[in-house]
Design a protein around this ligand. Sequence first.
Ligand code: CU
Length: 153
Amino acid sequence: MTKQWWLAVAGAFAMPAFACDELTVADAWVRLAPPTAPVMAGYLTLANTGKDAVTVRGGSSADFERVELHNMTHENGVMQMRKLDAIDVPPGGEVALAPGGMHLMLIGPKHSFAAGDQIEIVLQVCDGQQQTVSLPVREAAPAAADEHSQHSP
Ligand SMILES: [Cu+2]
């Protein structure tokens, strides 16, 4: 009886934490789209400074009908867009959602946006945890993410 009690306590402490580490977000932006555009694309780099992998399972925004995780791939010379169920950010690693690759697909804008607006997106991470990120609306990629900036003389 006593032994079982101790096992139960040990088990409780050994259980994986439901809370996972927060992701650090950089280079976040949403590409400005015409007011009639049915979707917009959001980009950001997710960095995990914790010891455990952090899984992003999706997102939502008050400004859109829904938010999906997407990936662009080249298949037989054709660009294809696929919905992802989740994106894993490994411990100590980072994952870039950037033009031409993975992105946040913002579906069904509820109003129009202008450059400089901030779009708040709630990411679903790990087991039901939420992390709110703010993405500024821009006409083009931030200079830091522009590969041409590396070619300056
Ligand atoms: Cu997409």
